[in-house]
Design a binder for this molecule. Sequence first.
Ligand SMILES: Nc1ncnc2c1ncn2[C@@H]1O[C@H](COP(=O)(O)OP(=O)(O)O)[C@@H](O)[C@H]1O
Ligand SMILES: [Mg+2]
Length: 345
Amino acid sequence: MRPEFQGARRRAQVEAGGSLRRVDLPGSSGTSGHAGREPLPATRDARRVDQGSIETPTDPARVVAVAARRSAAAALARVAALAVAAAPVTAIAWAWSAWQRRRLATPAGARAALVAAGVDLPGPLRVRVLGGGRANAVVQVDADARRLVIKRALPLGTVLARAARSVGPQPFPAALDRGARIDRERAALIRLAAAGVRVPAVLGVDRRGHTLVLEHLAGAPLPRTAPTPGFARHVAAYGAALAAAHRAGVRLTDGHPGNALVTADGAIALLDLEMAEVDRDPARAAFDLAYAARYFFAGERAALIAGFTAGGGALEPAAMAAMAARIAPYAWLFDRERARQRAWP
Ligand SMILES: Nc1ncnc2c1ncn2[C@@H]1O[C@H](COP(=O)(O)OP(=O)(O)O)[C@@H](O)[C@H]1O
Ligand SMILES: [Mg+2]
């Protein structure tokens, strides 16, 4: 556990008279919780509190409120300090990335990217920008009867990934440069496809240009299906896909539901694997689940966990709780991103 989180836990322990007993999933409202969680013996009848984090025999609501406020304030302060320190580099990366994004969104730019990646797509090209991410330029390319996706890792993504690692909620990835992100995504896509997990096929790669050419999958981002009656089923299928990825030895690391697509036949496809790593670390598996769960409301989270366990995923409540505590100070970030994902056009 990183020192700052240990600090938050220690503070909570001190405030609670030294008896910190459980760190639960952040965001649990306490109404439905999640299925499959074994109550820890010491906390069987412990009171649940808002944001469901730390429970103690003495005034748990106060302990949670104080610890969450302090760790969130500390996290915000660290993010702000880094933003100021990295402002010049960020400005350059932003301008360079904006230029690359604009270029890829033109037929000439898309054509050059396809040629460099060794993909032959005859005929005039029509290009449409996909997604709203800042880390990558992602476009859909249409030519006659064929539709492809080009994904290019951008310099701004390196800056953002570094920030997420040093002061944000993603401590795991080692290399973060554009080449490493493209290599990771390609390796994970190939491995998952071989294991029968639904992902877009890799059709071409241009490592020098930090570009992948992918099969286009028709579908809707999972969060956008939230208003539909099938949403709980889709969330459960997403949990099962996460379990299948883990069984294949892949940890997603950035497996938020905005990176899952509900395909035309109702299956879930996993996308955006630039942080995914072939790794069997159970702590990272627990991180994936706690991280994905943070984007759902309590009832939806129950469907996620049910799908994960039904898909053969190993549920480690204690490890998940520790990972949930690790990302808890970033609640503001997760809530903002969740709202953004559900509002995508
Ligand atoms: N192969 C694909 N087929 C269909 N849509 C895709 C595909 N790859 C990406 N997209 C769409 O583009 C969005 C952005 O792509 P993604 O790989 O998540 O990059 P980022 O989030 O880093 O910008 C996805 O959320 C998805 O909606
Ligand atoms: Mg994405």
